[in-house]
Design a binder for this molecule. Structure first.
Ligand code: NAD
Ligand code: ADE
Length: 421
């Protein structure tokens, strides 16, 4: 079996991590049992580009249990958990991932997945989809369908769709309610704080904590930072989201103003150049910078490198930059996803739902490939709701059911203040 990882000797430690994740992913484990019986991927090759974490291992093992031949590469040069990659390689998964890749190595790993000529592709951030639409088009034309995990990836795929260039149907897993309402908000909310703490061990209480972007990710981070006693400022470009942040009780102001008062800055916009040298030059000595958005373009690391007069590593995942005005700024994890670089990504409990969506989306493609067009789809609402039901059941939480009378009431127009019939 071909693979390329850091060190096969880490496999035992990785196996123990995967067991711990699987213990906390009851929905995915139920799906695995279903797949073991029905074998929906018998004879099917699945290519995946995902953060290689213990939770991703749980997904990959579920796809393999369903009969798939899986080829896996990491979706970020710094997010791979090397022990997990080693355990997967030992299990016969074709895995190409290690922590600390150069851009060339990162692309080489994606090429290995594309060159395996997958029938179904699973991606996080759309680097594999982009590769199959530019550098490996012949392989792209053979793909039956794909899935996409994150907001930024879905934005890229919708751009391909608008240009009429999308080669195969894609299920935007990110757009399932059981994904973005939980993973983006509670998952990133907790794991971003976790990453900041592991990298700096700074006290959050009493700090001015600036969150750029009040989407699903930004809301989660702002909520958790406030919960730990920070004074939270939100920056936004969308007037509705800015208003929502105001009414949620946060201070809202432009980044140029926030830059002067912030102690900790986290970007969560999916956009580029959110914090640039113009802002950096206004910041206080000791300000900490981190990014939770998909790509490392939100905090302009290029600008920071350009204006800094000195740079040194002060701790694992923490670089100190000295500016010409003598102030020092601290950048976590090279401006890449702070929660995956400096911590372990989202907790397993939340990835349970995200990856239940991925598993069902892959099966949906296998079962419906002849009926699907080269468009961006959402997973059917019944599947989304069924994942929520399974999650509630696994948590031992029961809910009410509509009575026949209530169901009728909710679908009629006649019953208002007065009866119309
Ligand atoms: P979203 O679309 O819900 O929110 C993004 C928000 O950023 C929007 O409200 C938008 O108006 C705002 N914004 C855009 N440009 C801005 C600017 N220049 N300044 C201030 N605000 C700006 O998206 P989301 O689901 O919250 O995802 C945000 C990013 O996080 C994406 O890149 C996504 O892929 C990524 N993500 C990361 C993780 C993780 O594990 N770190 C998890 C989920 C999503
Ligand atoms: N994205 C965010 N957290 C993750 C995790 N734990 N595993 C895989 N992808 C992730």
């Amino acid at each position: 079996m071909p693979y390329k990882i850091k060190d096969p000797a880490l496999a035992e430690r990785g196996r123990s991590q995967i067991e711990w994740a699987e213990r906390n992913m009851p929905v995915l484990m139920r799906i695995r049992e279903e797949f073991k019986e029905s074998k929906p991927f018998e004879g099917i090759r699945i290519g995946a580009v995902l953060h290689v974490t213990k939770e991703t291992a749980a997904l990959v093992r579920t796809l393999a249990a369903g009969g798939a031949e899986v080829w896996l590469a990491g979706s970020n040069p710094l997010s791979t958990q090397d022990d997990v990659a080693a355990a997967l390689a030992e299990d016969g998964i074709n895995v190409f991932a290690w922590r600390g890749q150069t851009p060339e190595e990162y692309e080489w790993c994606i090429a290995q997945v594309a060159n395996a000529r997958p029938n179904i592709v699973i991606d996080d951030g759309a680097d594999l989809h982009a590769y199959l639409h530019s550098k490996a088009v012949e392989a792209g034309k053979e793909v039956w369908g794909g899935t996409e995990e994150t907001t930024t990836g879905v934005i890229r795929l919708r751009a391909l769709e608008r240009e009429g260039r999308l080669l195969y149907p894609v299920i935007a897993v990110n757009d399932s309610l059981t994904k973005f309402m939980f993973d983006n908000r509670y998952g990133t909310g907790q794991s971003t704080i976790d990453g900041i703490l592991r990298a700096t061990n700074t006290l959050i209480a009493g700090k001015v904590f600036v969150v750029a972007g009040y989407g699903w990710v930004g809301r989660g981070i702002a909520m958790r930072a406030r919960g730990m006693g920070a004074r939270v400022i939100v920056t936004e470009v969308d007037p509705i989201r800015a208003l929502e942040a105001v009414m949620d009780g946060f201070d809202v102001m432009p980044m140029r103003e926030a830059a002067k008062v912030g102690d900790i800055f986290v970007t969560a916009t999916g956009n580029t150049d959110v914090i640039t040298k113009e802002h950096m030059m206004l910041m206080k000595d000791g300000a900490i910078l981190a990014n939770a958005g998909h790509f490392n373009v939100e905090v302009s690391v290029k600008d920071l490198e350009e204006i800094a007069v000195a740079k040194r590593k002060v701790r694992e995942n923490l670089e100190e930059y000295t500016l010409p005005n003598g102030k020092r700024l601290y950048l976590i994890g090279e401006g890449r996803l702070v929660n995956l670089v400096a911590a372990e990504g989202h907790p397993s409990e939340v990835m349970d739902m995200s990856f239940a969506n991925q598993a069902y989306a892959a099966r949906y493609i296998a079962q419906n490939r002849d009926a699907l067009e080269a468009r961006v789809y959402r997973l059917p609402q019944e599947i989304d709701a069924s994942i929520a039901r399974l999650k509630l059941e696994s948590m031992g939480i029961r809910i009410d059911e509509l009575t026949e009378k209530q169901r009728k009431y909710l679908s009629s127009w006649e019953l208002g203040t007065t009866e119309s019939q």
